[in-house]
Design a protein around this ligand. Structure first.
Ligand code: ADP
Length: 461
């Protein structure tokens, strides 16, 4: 066993996740290095790192964070041992992983090979088939001809979904209701995929009506050990993007949850998965569970799993990358049985989106910022404080409000309480909408499904 202790780690990201990773590093006694775009020069997160450096100002707000050459140059100049990518930006880019390795810098995450296998929806489906994990009826390869698309759609039955293999963030998906709609939808899906994701790899699968989105957090070390940290229910979505998440996924029958855990461990072991990752499943009304994709990185909603298991997933990522096995004293997970799930945790994503104006993100100066707090509340933020300027360049997340309590009901009530306590003025927020979701009987009973928001107009009152 070879351990390579990190002295200095760069976080190639911004906002709340950069701060989250700095905190994990600081607790491990590691010096933190931040990077920021010109547009982020007044952002709070840069001052939370021990050192921080500006990225290429000519690149623009997003491309600055995608600029592999500049990030690697800074990392080398500042003698950085490893890079944590956070989520989004370069976190699923195998070329970035290769660039790190080529320059003697450890990438905190899976290898580029694993990322290629599991980061792309089509190839992860192929891995799932090999590992005997059920996938949604459809195809396990890219389709290139309209004839083939029509044949498959006919076979699985309408409605079907066209998906871009490299899509993400809820984009690159289309529901097609009939063969008549297909020629136009297929042509548009290919065009869109090419423009947005750089290739036209499209596949077809059955569109499930009102499923639940259930996902499993896993950790794998360099020695072939894999454990799961239980599940999350992320069914509350808007346009296929998560709005509220909770752990554990208590409303799914235990035997189905166990089947999902078993599938996750089997698939992760089959590919030799290393570091933290999430396997996503859809569960239909008859409780059939299907694997949809894997996220080979930390996720926005990792917090709720940390609350119920007490395991710091970001620290586990860092220690795994240093070479520690899961059962080491440092990571402290000797077996699957040693992972416990205590109570219930809910995360609400407070954003600057205006629910009454089609969730349009608002921008401007925050004039008042008073956050909630108290027993069982965790806030992960970094972009919001009195005086902060909310720019239009990045995602609209202000702060994640996370509650933890012994029962789901108590956790819901705590989440509502903290949302009501929060005061943000100067920009519009989705707080009233989140409160309506949490107060809704369907949410409180754990019966949300992925189209709950679009099917429930009273949430917008
Ligand atoms: P992304 O990578 O963009 O997050 P996912 O494949 O994870 O895309 O899917 C995101 C969401 O889209 C799912 O949680 C679900 O709500 C919806 N979705 C995806 N595939 C299907 C499907 N076959 N049937 C019904 N809904 C689906």
């Amino acid at each position: 066993m070879e351990i390579k202790k990190f002295k200095k780690v760069l976080v190639a990201n911004r906002g709340e996740i950069a701060i989250r990773v700095f905190r994990a590093l600081s607790e491990l006694g590691i010096t933190t290095v931040g990077v920021f775009s010109k547009e982020d020069r007044y952002a709070l997160f840069r001052s939370k790192a021990d050192e921080s450096y500006q990225l290429n100002p000519d690149k623009g707000p997003i491309d600055a964070y995608l600029d592999i050459n500049t990030i690697i140059r800074i990392a080398k100049e500042k003698n950085v041992d490893a890079i944590h990518p956070g989520y989004g930006f370069l976190s699923e880019n195998p070329e970035f992983v290769d660039a790190c390795e080529k320059n003697g810098i450890t990438f905190i995450g899976p290898s580029s090979d694993l990322m290629r296998k599991m980061g792309d929806k089509i190839s992860s489906k192929q891995m799932a088939i090999e590992a005997d994990v059920p996938i949604i009826p459809g195809v396990d390869h890219a389709v290139h001809e309209l004839d083939e698309v029509l044949k498959i759609a006919d076979h699985v039955g309408y409605p079907v979904m066209l998906k871009a293999s490299n899509g993400g963030g809820g984009r690159g998906m289309r529901i097609v209701n009939s063969a008549e709609e297909m020629p136009k939808e297929y042509a548009e899906a290919r065009d869109e995929s090419k423009k947005a994701f750089g290739d036209d790899q499209i596949f077809v699968e059955k569109y499930l009506k009102s499923p639940k989105h259930i996902e499993v957090q896993i950790l794998g070390d360099e020695y072939g050990h894999v454990v799961h940290l239980f599940d999350r229910d992320c069914s509350v979505q808007r346009r296929h993007q998560k709005v509220v998440e909770y752990a554990p996924a208590f409303s799914v029958p235990d035997e189905v949850r166990q089947q999902i855990f078993d599938c996750s461990i089997r698939l992760a072991k089959h590919v030799g998965y290393k570091n933290a990752g999430t396997l996503e499943f859809l569960v239909d009304a008859d409780n059939n569970a299907y694997f949809i994709e894997m996220n080979p990185r930390i996720q926005v909603e990792h917090t709720i799993t940390e609350m119920v298991t007490g395991i710091d997933i970001v620290q586990a990522q860092i220690l795994i990358a240093e070479g520690y096995p899961l059962d080491s004293e440092e990571i402290g997970i000797p077996s699957q049985e040693s992972v416990e799930c205590n109570g219930y945790s809910i995360q609400t994503r407070i954003t600057t989106e205006d629910p009454l104006n089609n969730f349009l993100p608002d921008t401007g100066k925050i004039t008042v910022y008073r956050s909630g707090a108290g027993n069982g509340i965790r806030l992960d933020g970094g972009n919001a404080y009195a005086g902060a300027e909310i720019t239009p360049y990045y995602d609209s997340l202000l702060v994640k409000a996370i509650s933890h309590d012994r029962t789901f009901k108590r956790a819901v009530d705590k989440s509502i309480r903290v949302l009501k306590e929060t005061r943000i003025r100067g920009v519009k927020t989705n707080i009233p909408f989140l409160i309506n979701v949490l107060n809704h009987e369907t949410f409180r009973s754990g019966n949300c499904y992925t189209t709950f928001i679009e099917d429930t107009p009273e949430l917008f009152l």
